[in-house]
Design a binder for this molecule. Sequence first.
Ligand SMILES: O=P(O)(O)OC[C@H]1O[C@H](O[C@H]2O[C@H](CO)[C@@H](O)[C@H](O)[C@H]2O)[C@H](O)[C@@H](O)[C@@H]1O
Length: 382
Amino acid sequence: MDLKSNHTAPVVADSAPISKSRLGVPSSLLPYSSSGAFSPNLFLTVPRKKNGILDDIRASSLDAMKSSSPPHKKTRDFNNDLVAADTDVAYRTWMVKYPSALTSFEQITNFAKGKRIALFLDYDGTLSPIVDNPDSAFMSNDMRAAVKKVAKCFPTAIISGRSRDKVYEFVGLTDLYYAGSHGMDIMGPVTQFSDDHSNCIRSTDKQGKEVNLFQPAGEFLPMIDEVFNLLVNNTKEIQGAKVENNKFCVSVHYRNVDEKNWTTVAQCVNKVIRSYPRLRLTHGRKVLEVRPVINWDKGKAVTFLLESLGLSNCDNVLPIYVGDDRTDEDAFKVLREGNCGYGILVSSVPKESNAFFSLRDPQEVMEFLKSLVIWKKTTSAL
Ligand SMILES: O=P(O)(O)OC[C@H]1O[C@H](O[C@H]2O[C@H](CO)[C@@H](O)[C@H](O)[C@H]2O)[C@H](O)[C@@H](O)[C@@H]1O
């Protein structure tokens, strides 16, 4: 297939408008819907504008770039009490809509009674704090221990924008499921379901166990490599810019670029992907992400994993997804719209979200994971 032949434009994967009415604790459960998730035609068709300009220039507008990530400094600035107090009030007000998953823990576990919890965890900003150098985004040993324990109690998957190998290297735990490249590279269990599915191939994991690999964007690999090299070359004069190859997508980081040069970063990226109509641009935290125009995201990955694990019946399964970024909104949305699970947004600043609950930072994520383990052990002992 000639991936360049269809003249469609890159688009921003903006989250759909968030419903004004919050559902609260679901009172009834709908059967988990798999409709549309595994459409044989995974390609999104997005018409290119007549003038050939990127369909949505917001893809790289300065405003979008500025709002892509809160400054990673402490919320409380003791040299500026007033600002700190204002920030705190705004955060507390926001938390009325997105209550803390820690203070709402009983509500969550009450709803989980008689159900199996399935846990989905994002990596950067969720399990590891946001740092300037993406290669140094290590998770703490305490966090690793917490993830290990929680994965012994509940089926647990890491769903990251990183390449699967990279995120596995960071987490370093077996007995978890890993999905890299925003869900476009899933290593899951071998099941009848995977046998029936195209894009699935048998493989073995690092321990030699037979696994199933699902790579819906497999044919984009050469193109992504090509674009990675172009982006490295085109941004090499921009001080602080860093391009990361995430296998089925490419990240262009501008966290360490002087703000006055952010537009140059955006222009460089737009210039490259203009020649690749089958690629699109999305925003992460101080990062522009180039990825294939396919109908696949973290939300689809959650649905896929639940199906693969035989956990797609919401009557007895409660999926919980914890994430901090815009790409995690796709997963929150799947859980919200399916009325079948909880999204938990990790954020220290107020943000509109499809999540139900919030946690302030990775430290609170760890507390939440530990609480789940204690709850599981207590209830199993009864
Ligand atoms: O889905 P995730 O696991 O959250 O991955 C999303 C991106 O995370 C990484 O970038 C972010 O974290 C870096 C380290 O803290 C930070 O320096 C950067 O500014 C953030 O955008 C990762 O490097 C990207 O490739 C992922 O797509």
